[in-house]
Design a binder for this molecule. Structure first.
Ligand code: C2O
Length: 517
């Protein structure tokens, strides 16, 4: 079936943390934004009208493969032009995957103003469907009181690239709310970090649960009581409630304070909400204190086993080796680099260059060095070795794919060790034990401070796909690169509606006419 959403995007006001009313990006006059829900196999159509008046926008459907529909992926200047105020853009694609996703604006700095929400793909065949009675979706997020523009990141006001510190943390776009539950009932709870920057610990006092999905990949159920959820990551858990209703229990998120340069005393790193068994019973504050959060030991996602038992991919045909460095001064401002390149958006969307370049599309030079283009051969096994020269952790996301996570060091629960004083660990192929036989797969994975990870995927999805740090500040600093996957196949499979080109011309992008595929 076809599921259609009409999104009239405009400014509305909201006060999600009760501390500050501000303008946020609304859809059809509402905020929080509508959750997109489809069934696996549906065609999803989102007609977006940019009614913001003063700001460009776009929508990325995070985690969607967009196989054959690369031009519907959403990142400005990678696969489309930014949509100027007063213009429509229709996203139209088939959803051949399942699980928990989200959508967010993907044009310079537009999602921290509230333009992000859950996207759920229901699956009548999920292996855990008989194991739960009720379903809930919980988003967690950091929140800023200022407009993104007013924060003036990488301006003379903040030239160094120090990440702006959020003012508060939200669950379902609010704070301290009570979520009613029935006793003795199993819930499927989808948890999504839709924030712009800060990873969060998550737990429910005196409850354990089973992880059954990460980033759209079903996993063998694993018991856990504490998750670490970076921005853009998703977890589905099965939670069975207690059989007595005499008490309510705190649902706690704790911001990863290691990511924050400065913590003003008024910033509440913990956000307590309640699993409410009985509205009349007390709603007590969480027991955990912020100091103790340094001892939190979260579940290690590297150990999860995909339910489909997909084995380790064969030795790579192609390897990409990158080192991350942050806040290197360049023209007086602190940029981020993969090797020696800080991503800068091209003048024409990279996808349109693929379509107009003919046979030259296989030559990475046509894309311009500052998009950090890497041309991938169709169906190659690709390995990315990412060494983190920075003393902060980073959640890396690859568009159009999930990937096997085959090595990460130091081990996740040693994140808190202070590597900043020592030399970074770097991946040494000669000196590692075996990769897991059935590695975890996901689309967003955290590299530890001064550590590394190794990931593998098959280049079986022709398209222009960004690979980037999902901290929006770091993306703005250039911590991104472009994978141009199977460009000649992109030319065969991608057809761009005239409306998409019209949006370019309206925005003054120097792009001429129809680059026929
Ligand atoms: Cu949610 Cu470029 O990604």
């Amino acid at each position: 079936k076809t599921v259609t959403y009409d999104f009239n995007v405009s400014w509305v006001t909201a006060n999600p943390d009760g501390l500050m009313e501000r303008k946020v990006v609304g859809i059809n006059g509402q905020w929080p934004l509508p959750v997109i829900e489809v069934d696996k196999g549906d065609r999803l159509v989102v007609n977006m009208y940019n009614g913001l008046g003063d700001k460009n926008a776009s929508i990325h459907f995070h985690g969607m493969y967009q196989n054959g529909t690369n031009n519907m992926d959403g990142p400005s200047m990678a696969t489309q032009c930014p949509i100027p105020p007063g213009y429509n853009f229709t996203y139209d694609f088939t959803v051949d995957q399942n699980g928990t996703y989200w959508y967010h604006c993907h044009t310079e700095f537009c999602y921290p103003d509230g333009y992000r929400q859950a996207l759920i793909v229901h699956d009548s065949d999920a292996f855990f469907n008989d194991d739960y009675e009720e379903e809930l979706t919980w988003t967690i997020s950091d929140w800023y009181h200022d407009f993104v523009e007013d924060i003036q990141f990488l301006s003379l006001y903040n030239p160094t690239g120090a990440e702006p510190v959020p003012n508060s943390f939200l669950l379902n776009d609010t704070q301290h709310s009570s979520i009613p539950v029935k006793p003795d009932t199993t819930y499927l709870i989808r948890i999504i970090n839709i924030g712009a920057f800060v990873a969060q610990y998550f737990y429910i006092e005196d409850h354990t649960f089973k992880i059954v999905e990460i980033d759209g990949v079903y996993v063998e159920p694993k018991e856990a009581d504490l998750l670490y959820i970076s921005v853009a990551q998703r977890y589905s858990i099965l939670l069975t409630t207690k059989n007595s209703t005499d008490k309510n229990y705190a649902i706690v998120t704790v911001a990863d304070s290691d990511l924050l340069d400065v913590i003003e005393p008024e910033l509440q790193l913990n956000n307590t909400n309640w699993l409410q068994y009985d509205a009349d019973a007390p709603h007590e504050d969480a027991v955990m204190t912020v100091e103790a959060s340094a001892d939190l030991v979260p579940f290690d996602d590297f150990t999860l086993v995909p339910h489909d038992q997909m084995e380790l991919l064969p030795e790579p045909d192609f390897e990409i080796n990158v080192t991350v460095t942050m806040n290197n001064l360049y023209n007086g401002f602190g940029y981020a680099f993969f090797n020696d390149i800080s991503y800068t958006a091209p003048k024409v969307p990279t996808l349109y260059t693929v379509l107009s370049a003919g046979d030259l599309a296989t030559n990475s030079e046509v894309y311009g060095e500052f998009t950090h283009p890497i041309v991938l051969q169709h169906n190659d096994v690709v390995q990315v070795v990412l060494n983190n020269g920075d003393s902060g952790s980073h959640p890396f996301h690859l568009h159009g794919h999930n990937f096997q996570v085959i090595e990460r060091a130091p081990p996740f629960n040693e994140h808190r060790n202070d590597y900043a004083d020592g030399d970074p660990l770097t991946f040494d192929p000669a000196n590692h034990t075996a990769f897991p036989a059935i590695p975890a797969r996901r689309d967003t994975f955290v590299v530890p401070p001064q550590g590394y990870f190794v990931i593998r995927f098959v280049a079986d999805n022709p398209g222009v796909w960004l690979f980037h740090c999902h901290i929006d500040w770091h993306l703005a600093q250039g911590l991104a690169m472009s994978f141009i996957e199977a460009p000649l196949q992109i030319q065969e499979t991608t057809h761009i509606p005239q409306q998409h080109y019209d949006v370019c011309r309206a925005g003054g992008v120097p792009f001429e006419g129809n680059a026929a595929a």
